[in-house]
Design a binder for this molecule. Structure first.
Ligand code: NZQ
Ligand code: ZN
Length: 387
């Protein structure tokens, strides 16, 4: 294992009644003015918004409304939220939704306390913000695990860049799996595949020899696969949904990353593809992963073969590791099709012209730690294979 320091300050309220439990415990320390932040309106349709407003106002809080956070949130939206938070002297940001709302709010809460432009501050000056409006997250859609970390994935539409900006680490998260029952099956499975991707990208980092974090990780991957099948068969299966909400948190709460150097090359490609095409994150990962791993597996056959056996149940008897490794990748591809996830960029609905794929390949972050470092031509070829 690599050396590590593990510190995990996000308090998690999980299960039935999690929202009420969280608010009861946290409202006394929230401050008087609470920004209620949400997406395009699902929280209003499901009644979660009214419930939260009633709880907050019942406790004497002044509620500042910040809605309309779009999937793949933009830098403009971050600035809008930060300006509102400053103008209304917001004491606490309560983010309600999925990864997009949480990511936007993490950066809003940092930008509101920072005089400099946060993108310039982080990306040009190489600094990290240190002051934040405290943030809490109510999860209505799982998958990203974004409520567990301080990274916000923000799209700069003008520059065609989708990438991380660091902001507030949530003080707490409320995860009531029943709130996800209104998430359509396809969206929920897209999120669950994102969780699987987080686990895979962590597992396929270094070190490659067997270790405790990977053993836990492979168990979580098996759990995701089993429960995705259960939700695909019955979208009202609350037990399966709750397992996947927990798996989503496990993917990003740092436990699986202990002693590991993860490698998020698939994410780096998908983020840039998303920056050019505004396509769905989890579905994009489902398209890219098999093609990426077909190329990477020969460079780390033992690590891929072990994953093939442990997660996909490939029978390795009498077979060489490189063949077992590729059987695992084929099983992953078959699973994405079984789940009804897209297998090609055409099915994803994104532009797959040479110009777009070349632009994505030329601007995606190249990661060093995976089985082999790819060059830009290889990334272009991987994307072209996904057409
Ligand atoms: O906007 P509303 O109307 O709320 O609808 C949302 C949205 O359209 C809907 N939804 C959420 N909860 C619902 C619901 N619909 C019905 N019932 C509910 N209970 O779901 C749609 C998608 O929401 P979004 O937040 O965009 O999805 P997701 O959670 O997958 O987040 C995706 C974003 O997170 C980033 C992605 O890049 C993408 O921008 N990621 C963030 C990560 C992080 N910070 O750790 C890690 C990930 O790898 C990822 O990159
Ligand atoms: Zn992801």
């Amino acid at each position: 294992m690599e050396s590590f320091t593990y510190d995990y300050p996000v308090k998690n309220y999980f299960g039935e009644g999690a929202v009420e439990r969280a608010l009861e415990a946290e409202m006394p320390v929230m401050g008087a003015t609470v920004m209620l932040a949400y997406g395009g309106g699902s929280v209003k349709r499901t009644g979660v918004y009214d419930k939260l407003v009633a709880l907050l106002e019942g406790a004497g809080k002044q509620v500042v409304d910040f809605g309309g956070i779009m999937p793949n949130p933009t830098y403009e939206k971050v600035q809008e939220g930060a300006a509102l938070a400053r103008a209304e002297k917001v004491d606490f940001v309560l983010a309600v939704g999925g990864g997009s709302v949480f990511d936007c709010c993490k950066v809003v809460s940092a930008q509101a306390k920072l005089d400099a432009d946060i993108a310039e501050f982080e990306r040009v000056q190489g600094k990290r913000p240190s002051e934040f409006i405290p943030l809490g997250c109510v999860v209505t859609l799982s998958g990203t695990g974004a409520e567990q970390n301080d990274g916000g994935v923000i799209t700069d539409e003008k520059a065609h860049v989708k990438g991380p900006l660091f902001g507030a680490l949530p003080k707490w998260a409320a995860l009531d799996p029943a709130l996800t029952l209104t998430v359509p099956r396809a969206q929920f499975l897209s999120g669950a595949f994102d969780s699987l991707s987080h686990c895979m990208e962590t597992y396929f980092g270094a070190p490659r020899e067997r270790n405790a974090s990977d053993d836990v990780n492979l168990a979580v991957q098996r759990n995701i696969v089993r429960n995705m099948r259960a939700v695909a068969a019955d979208e009202g299966d609350l037990h399966a949904r709750s397992e996947l909400v927990y798996d989503s948190a496990m993917g990003e709460n740092g436990v699986l990353k202990i002693g590991k150097v993860g490698d998020f090359q698939c994410h780096m490609i998908q983020h840039q593809y998303g920056a050019y095409t505004h396509t769905n994150h989890g579905l994009g990962l489902a398209v890219i992963h098999p093609a990426l791993y077909r190329r990477l597996a020969p460079a780390a056959p033992e690590q891929f073969a072990h994953w093939a056996v442990e997660v996909w149940g490939v029978d390795a008897t009498g077979k060489d590791a490189p063949d077992v490794a590729l059987e695992g990748v084929s099983a992953l591809a078959a699973f994405t099709r079984e789940m009804g996830l897209p297998a090609t960029l055409a099915e994803l609905g994104g532009d797959a012209s040479d110009d777009t794929l070349r632009a994505v390949a030329d601007t995606a972050v190249l990661t060093p730690g995976c089985a082999k470092k790819l060059d830009r031509d290889e990334i272009f070829q991987i994307l072209a294979e996904c057409r």
